[in-house]
Design a protein around this ligand. Structure first.
Ligand code: ADP
Ligand code: MG
Length: 251
């Protein structure tokens, strides 16, 4: 069993503090949803936890089983068991999905011998054309194909914790179900079971992927936490009660 712990995380970009003290604890096998209005800092949280360059960290900590991740480069965080499925997957011309995964497995000291067979099997389960594995990463893929591709990488890499940033965006109902089922399977079958931080603006994903906890991020803080019923409530009320006014503009 592993624990991903985010404590008092304060961070931002371009001199602006966007996360103002985020606390969140996720255990192996749990699914926590992070919801919140557009611009509330959900993607910022994902990027800062994964270590994307360009973000400034002002304080707090992010640990897996007590080992600090802040200040370490992305690849080290990946080796510590962290995976991020990007809201907007990046196109990498000249690098195939298979090559990228082979590198990642090698860096983690894991065998990559069966990688093509594994990718073909995963692609079939996700409704992807098997030849996508040999194509350049995300180049000329539709939005939905990119999201399936992120899920395929997750399936092959078997991280301890996955942050899924709006994995549902751009997916139709059938694709959403395939992707959610694959994530759910990683939670059931992996050892240790996958822990998931599912960032989502809508409740759609959570119909397929039942969260253990739901958190509302607003104004750079988690302002409310609850069970799955909180997602239902948000679907009805929207985020009207959580919108934070832009800071200190002159009257
Ligand atoms: P969410 O994912 O919840 O919609 P984001 O984390 O993407 O929110 O963005 C939070 C805020 O940070 C927004 O006001 C956005 O405009 C701002 N922001 C995001 N990326 C940058 C950037 N690269 N430079 C400056 N501001 C940014
Ligand atoms: Mg976002």
């Amino acid at each position: 069993m592993s624990v991903l712990r985010i404590e008092g995380l304060r961070a931002g970009i371009a001199g602006r503090e966007l996360l103002k003290g985020v606390d969140l604890e996720l255990q192996s096998g749990e699914i926590h949803a992070v919801m919140g209005p557009n611009g509330s800092g959900k993607s910022t949280l994902a990027h800062v936890v994964m270590g994307r360059p360009g973000y400034e960290v002002f304080g707090g900590s992010v640990t897996i089983d007590g080992a600090e991740l802040l200040g370490r480069p992305v690849d080290e965080r990946a080796r510590a068991g962290l995976f991020l499925a990007l809201q907007y997957p990046i196109e990498v011309p000249g690098v195939s999905v298979a090559e990228a995964l082979r590198e990642a497995l090698a860096a983690a000291g894991r065998p990559a011998g069966q990688i093509l067979e594994e990718m073909v099997a995963e692609a079939a389960g996700l409704g992807m054309a098997p030849e996508l594995a040999g194509r350049a990463m995300n180049v000329d893929l539709s939005g939905g194909e990119k999201k399936r591709n992120e899920t395929l990488q997750l399936a092959v890499l078997r991280p301890r914790f996955a942050i899924l940033d709006e994995l549902d965006s751009g997916l139709d109902v059938d694709a959403l179900r395939q992707v959610a089922r694959r994530v759910e399977r990683a939670r059931r079958e992996q050892e240790p079971p996958l822990g998931v931080l599912a960032i989502t603006h809508y409740r759609r994903l959570l119909h397929e992927l039942t969260p253990d906890a739901v958190h509302v991020l607003s104004g750079g803080r988690i302002v409310r936490s609850g069970g799955p019923e909180l997602a239902t409530e948000l679907e009805q009320t929207g985020y009207a009660g959580y919108r934070v006014e832009p800071e200190a503009t002159a009257p």
